[in-house]
Structure formats: C-alpha cells, structure tokens
Design a protein around this ligand. Structure first.
Ligand SMILES: [Zn+2]
Length: 109
C-alpha cells in the first residue's frame, strides 16, 4: 500500500501512514475468485400451486382419485391373493412411486 499523502510504502493492513500519520480508508474485503453464493428465490406471489386442482402436467381431482382407487383395488387384490412378492412390489414400490407423482404439487396458474 502506498500513502496518498506522502508516497511512503506501508503494510497492506495498515490503517495509517507511519511517516506522515495520514489515515487510510478501511481496506475493502478481498474478493475470493470462484466462490459463488446460491441465490434462493422465494416463490412469486402470483404463482398458485396445488395438489388437488388440474394443471398442464397433472390430473384433476377425478383423475387423482381414480388412480388412487385403482391402485388401492390392485393392492387389495394382491393382499387377497396371498402373494407376498406381489404385495411387497405393489405396496412397497409401485404405489408409492405412482401416488407420489399423481399427488405431486403442480403449478395451476
Ligand atoms: Zn504518508
């Protein structure tokens, strides 16, 4: 750092000149290249999200309830059949995956 008043050299972290006692402006924070801070955008107030209403990419209430009833009927059928592998595959894998997407939150406006 060079003193703007007398031109003397000073340490980079000096707050005043040791030659003429001129005060230095506070040092600016060092810029660390390559570090990015993610910017979190809050949801815009004009967007409406829903698990129930129809959107461009999701069923309406009738479709959602129909899928749920249909999947449940097959689960009951597999339970009634006593096939433990079908029950585990259906209730442990297929139903959670399908219900998760059927009832997913979607933007409706
Ligand atoms: Zn100076």
């Amino acid at each position: 750092m060079t003193c703007t008043s007398c031109g003397a050299q000073a340490r980079p972290d000096a707050t005043w000149c040791s030659q003429c006692h001129e005060g230095f402006a506070p040092a600016q924070e060092a810029v660390v290249p390559g570090r990015l801070v993610p910017l979190v955008h809050p949801p815009r107030p004009d967007q409406v999200w829903s698990r129930w209403h129809k959107s461009d990419t999701s069923f309406g209430p009738v479709g959602k309830v129909s899928w749920t009833v249909g999947m449940t009927l097959f689960a009951v059928l597999f339970l009634w059949s006593g096939n433990i592998f079908a029950v585990v595959a259906w209730c442990g894998l297929a139903m959670p995956l399908v219900m998760r997407s059927v009832w997913a939150r979607a933007r409706v406006s």
